[in-house]
Design a protein around this ligand. Sequence first.
Ligand SMILES: Cc1cc2nc3c(=O)[nH]c(=O)nc-3n(C[C@H](O)[C@H](O)[C@H](O)COP(=O)(O)OP(=O)(O)OC[C@H]3O[C@@H](n4cnc5c(N)ncnc54)[C@H](O)[C@@H]3O)c2cc1C
Length: 292
Amino acid sequence: MQAFAYAAPRTVDEAVSLLAQHGERARVLAGGTDILVQLREGKRTVDLLVDIKHIPEVNQLTYTPGEGLRLGAAVPCHKIYEQAEVAAAYPGLIDAVSLIGGIQIQGRATVGGNLCNASPAADTIPALIVHRATCLIAGPQGTREVAVEQFCTGPGETVLQPGELLLALHLPPPPPHFGAYYLRFTPRNEMDIAVVGVGASVVLHEDHTRFASARIALGAVAPTPLLASEAGEVLTDKVISEEHIQQAAEAAQAVARPIDDMRGTAEYRRHLVGVLTRRALRGAVERAKKEA
Ligand SMILES: Cc1cc2nc3c(=O)[nH]c(=O)nc-3n(C[C@H](O)[C@H](O)[C@H](O)COP(=O)(O)OP(=O)(O)OC[C@H]3O[C@@H](n4cnc5c(N)ncnc54)[C@H](O)[C@@H]3O)c2cc1C
């Protein structure tokens, strides 16, 4: 592995200043499960890694029923599903963090790192999108907020500017009669990335026979994870039925822009978008019925 400097700042200001000084030649280190592999394989070179794990703000995981979840950028995946209240409120996110790697990886890997690595196939990003998560970003000019669906700009690329880092994610409190679900298809059961991943969330009307609204997000079928707005809107105020779920699945297929690669052809991926969207919607509806 190439030689690089290592810094472990204790404050956000210190981290921002180090990142700003080194620009493109510095990267944040959170769990290290992506960046250390990339450095070892020579896919990336840096002069400085800025370890954020000693900064209190990025280690906070706080859930308040009226305000939602604040998930610090350095919180490892396992801490999220270990909290029963958080697991109950954000089931789509729990599906995703439970799929990442295995237990050992989940002990280190962060949702913030999964997002900032910006892989089109990252498991947490569609789940964050359907939970309406926003990113709190700190930089030399202060802080700003960006919706997760606008955060990734291409494979490995994000809206983060030199000197900026992700501080935390905010997930709003789930409304009544809400359910969410994330699932992916991989040819192997474990330790593989998604050929396609789909997240869905639904809000049902009080009588549980109709959708009030729905949100669908797709992974691994475009250069960035996608919010399939049209597919969710198809379901607004519709009766919960296989016919309407099928219409939403077809709308999701229309939004997908998959490519052929060694994991599957574009046609295969488009087919999977249909299958997984139907399953994610059914799963979200079941959870919404139980939650209420
Ligand atoms: C064996 C194995 C299996 C895996 N399986 C899966 C899987 O099933 N699904 C999946 O989606 N991923 C998987 N991954 C990838 C990886 O574990 C995840 O992407 C992980 O969530 C990254 O988080 P991290 O904290 O380790 O990030 P790091 O490696 O520390 O950082 C990742 C990138 O994000 C940047 N970054 C991190 N935090 C911030 C921040 N706060 N602000 C700005 N930039 C930041 C870093 O500079 C780096 O470029 C796997 C990895 C391994 C090694």
